[in-house]
Design a protein around this ligand. Structure first.
Ligand code: ATP
Length: 351
């Protein structure tokens, strides 16, 4: 009988130096992770090793070396118990076209050990949760991609697991479908208290959904941080001003005046800002309250209009773009701390 340990209380997944080598490729390379309860995003380009990691964590494939525990259970010895407690939404279409969502999800619930009445009840609840209640008796073959993804999500949740692995759940969805799926995933945790490990090759979409983001590249850990750390408010101010007749290039005039006053100022470097107005933004390193006063007084002294002055918030993808820029050119003043970047920068949004 498998024993859960106290590890379960603080972590849901722990791996130590986990490697998986195939004859021609190393899919996981000494990966050490420590994942707490909540919604965790596992991000990496195609081939980064995400699906391989999930299969090892479910006890479905052996690692070449290293150890892994899920909910305190050893993947090499307790695979059966792990699969009872963990739901799995696979990446590829694996649904039978001729049966209805209800029939399929009831079947999966029965396979997980639920008695018939409980299986039907849980199926109805789960299909309602994923928004498929009306269509639940129609054959899956006639479903849209978004509806099929919801059926896959429902079968992963039906046996009331403690943790679910969702492999690329937004694949093939249009932007509205992605948003709906990401909202559903968030509610899996907030409404039911189920922890989630969700994979994606899109950094940006996980930023809104996850508490924590793990980035892997070529089977190696690139970065593991809370989403807040990725998107932290950095110690710089974004400042935008109007041009005037006296200063047709208001931004340039402000930059010169602030620099003369001793402030560290940079402009929106190409590729480091998604705003259309990036060329008109100045980033001023904030030394404290006095920096706000300095910007205000300098703008007023030049007679410019202040459009905005705000603390700057990074997006996750931006952190990686800047990491690449930093590896290509010497670091500039005011640049945020950059994660270790790999040579091919494989952790970007690649879709
Ligand atoms: N059974 C296998 N035999 C040989 N190589 C494999 C096998 N499974 C995966 N690989 C290789 O291991 C690497 C990681 O694959 P994996 O499927 O884990 O990546 P992924 O991050 O999930 O990407 P994707 O989203 O494209 O599935 C890839 O180079 C892949 O070709």
């Amino acid at each position: 009988m498998a024993e859960t340990t106290t590890v379960e209380d603080v972590t849901v997944i722990v791996t130590e130096s986990l490697s998986k080598r195939f004859p021609r490729v190393t899919a996981l390379d000494r990966l050490s992770l420590d994942i707490a309860p909540g919604v965790t995003g596992l991000v990496g380009a195609n081939g980064a090793g995400k699906s391989t990691l999930i299969k090892i964590l479910l006890g479905l494939a052996p690692a070449t070396e290293g150890t892994a525990h899920v909910l305190g259970l050893d993947v090499t010895k307790d695979g059966g118990t792990i699969r009872e407690r963990v739901g799995y939404m696979p990446e590829h279409d694996c649904l039978p076209p001729d049966v209805s969502a209800t029939e399929f999800v009831v079947h999966m619930a029965r396979m997980s050990g639920l008695p018939p009445a409980a299986a039907r009840e849980r199926t109805a609840d789960t299909l309602r949760h994923v928004g498929l209640y009306e269509e639940r008796y129609r054959p899956i073959g006639g479903y849209s991609t978004g509806m099929k993804q919801r059926v896959k999500l429902a079968q992963a949740l039906v046996h009331d697991p403690q943790l679910v692995f969702l492999d690329e759940p937004t694949n093939g969805l249009d932007p509205a479908g992605r948003d709906e799926m990401l909202g559903l995933i968030r509610r899996v945790h907030t409404d039911f208290g189920i922890s989630v490990l969700v994979t994606s090759h899109l950094l940006g979409e996980l930023e809104r959904t996850c508490d924590h983001v793990v980035v892997i590249d070529g089977g190696k850990l690139l970065r593991s941080s809370s989403t807040d750390e990725f998107t932290q408010v950095t110690a710089s101010l974004a400042v935008e001003v109007t041009d005037t007749d006296d200063h047709p290039d208001g931004t340039g005039a402000l930059r010169a005046a602030l620099t003369a006053a001793g402030a560290a100022v940079t402009t929106g470097a190409a590729g480091s800002q998604s705003l259309a107005s990036a060329g008109h933004l100045l980033y001023v390193e904030a030394a404290g309250e006095e920096t706000y006063d300095l910007v205000r007084d300098t703008v007023a002294g030049l007679g410019l209009g202040l459009i905005r002055m705000e603390q700057r918030r990074h997006q996750i993808a931006e952190v990686f773009r800047e990491a690449d820029a930093a590896s290509a050119t010497p670091a500039t003043a005011g640049a945020p701390s950059a994660p270790h970047a790999t040579q091919d920068g494989g952790a970007h949004d690649v879709a």
